[in-house]
Design a protein around this ligand. Sequence first.
Ligand SMILES: CC(C)(COP(=O)(O)OP(=O)(O)OC[C@H]1O[C@@H](n2cnc3c(N)ncnc32)[C@H](O)[C@@H]1OP(=O)(O)O)[C@@H](O)C(=O)NCCC(=O)NCCS
Length: 405
Amino acid sequence: MEIRSTTDQDLDVFVDTLHAAFGRFPETPTDGGGVWWSALEMDRGLFAMTADGRPVGTAGAYSFELTLPGEILVPAAGVTAVGVVPSHRRQGVLSAMMRHQLTELRARGEFLSVLLASEALIYRRFGYGPATYTQRLTVPRHQAAFALPRARGEAGSDTGSVEVLRRADCGEVLEEVYDRYRRAQPGALSRPRRWWALGAGQPPISPAPRYVAVHRDADGVPDGYASYAIGEPGTLTVDETIAVDDDVFTALARFVLGHDLVSEVVFKHVPPEHPLRWQLADFRAGQVGNDTDWLWVRLLDVPRALTARGWFTDGELVLDVDDPFLGEHGRYLLTVRDSKADCVPTDREPDLSLDVSDLGSIYLGGTAPSTLVRAGHIRAHRPGAATLADALFRAERAPHCLHWF
Ligand SMILES: CC(C)(COP(=O)(O)OP(=O)(O)OC[C@H]1O[C@@H](n2cnc3c(N)ncnc32)[C@H](O)[C@@H]1OP(=O)(O)O)[C@@H](O)C(=O)NCCC(=O)NCCS
C-alpha cells in the first residue's frame, strides 16, 4: 500500500473513490456551483494506492483558521473526504493515511487539526477528541412568547432592522457577517473565500433556495443573518443564525419566531446552554434535539497549542500527556498568569494524566476536565486538580462550530 499526495488532475478519480467509499453516486454539478467537493484543496489530498496502482482510499484537508478562547485565530487543518472502499476496509488503510497526514501537517508547521466524524468510533485512536457540541432547538410558535429580560431593558429595544432577502440577492453580506462572527466565537472556523465563490458546502453557502433575514445595526451595517426555508407543515427551519452579539441573535430569533403561517421554528444549530431558552416565557418551549458532537480536535504540538489560546484564570498544572498513535509522551508544566500561558517540559509529579485525544476535547473549553475525570478518561493525582483544570480550561463562552466540511 502506497500513500501519495494528489494534484488538481486527480479531482475526478478522488471524488469517485470517495463516493464509492460512502456507497453513493456523485451529483452532477449544476450552473451556479453548490457541489460540496468543489472547494477541495487537491494539493492537500492523499490517495491510498494498491500495488497495482488503484486508488482505494482518500483523505483531504482544508486550510481553515480556528478561533481559540480569547479571540485568538490560528491555522487549523480541516480533515475531510476520508474514505476507504468497502473491499479494502479493516486492513489498516485509514491508519496508514492518518499517520501520513499527521506527519505532513507537522511538516507544514500546523499544530492542530480538526474534523467532523461520520461515526464517533473512528477517530479517537488517531488522537482526536470531541471538542464542540451543537443542538437543534425546536420552538412551537404558540409557545414562543418572550419574557422581558430584565437586564436588557425594554423588550424590543433593538435599534436595528431586519430585511428579508432571497439568498441569490445577498451579495457578499453573508460572507462579511460570518467573518465578523467567527472571529469572536471560540470553536468557529473561517470559511475561505473560495467556498462562497464556488457555492460549496451546505446552505447558505451553497446557492440552494433560501430566504435570509439580514439584521442591520442603527447605522445600516449588516451584523447578523438567519438563513431559512419554510417546509410543510408550517415548519420554518433555520440553517444558521449568525450574529455578532447576543442582542442581534435575539432580534433574529424574535423575527423567525414571529413569522406568520408557521407552526414551529427549528434552529438547526445552537450551542449547548444557549440563552434563547431563558428568554422564552415558557422555559419548556425550547425542545432540545440532535444533541451531538461537532468539531473534533487533534493537537500536534502540545506546548504550542496551549500557549496559543487565551486563558481567563491564573493557575499551574502539570499535565502528563500520552499520544499512543504517534508513540509519544510528554510531561508539561502549564503556568497561566495574566491571561497568558507558559508550557514547558517538567519532571514534576503530574496533576493530571491524560491521552492527547482528551486534551483535544478540553482544549477549546467545551468539555470540562472534571467530566473526563469522572468518566475515567483523565486521571487526577491530587484532590482539587480537576476543579482547577475546569477553571483554567474554561472559555469565555461555550465553543461552537456550525461550519460543515
Ligand atoms: C471509516 C473508514 C475510513 C475506516 O477505514 P479502514 O481502512 O477500514 O480503517 P483501518 O483498517 O485503518 O482501521 C483502524 C482501526 O479502526 C477501527 N475502525 C475503523 N473504522 C471503524 C468504524 N467505522 N467503527 C469502529 N471501528 C472502526 C478498525 O476496526 C481498526 O481497529 P483495530 O486496529 O483495533 O483493528 C472506512 O470504513 C470507510 O470508508 N467508511 C465509510 C466512509 C466514512 O465513514 N468515512 C469517514 C468520514 S468522517
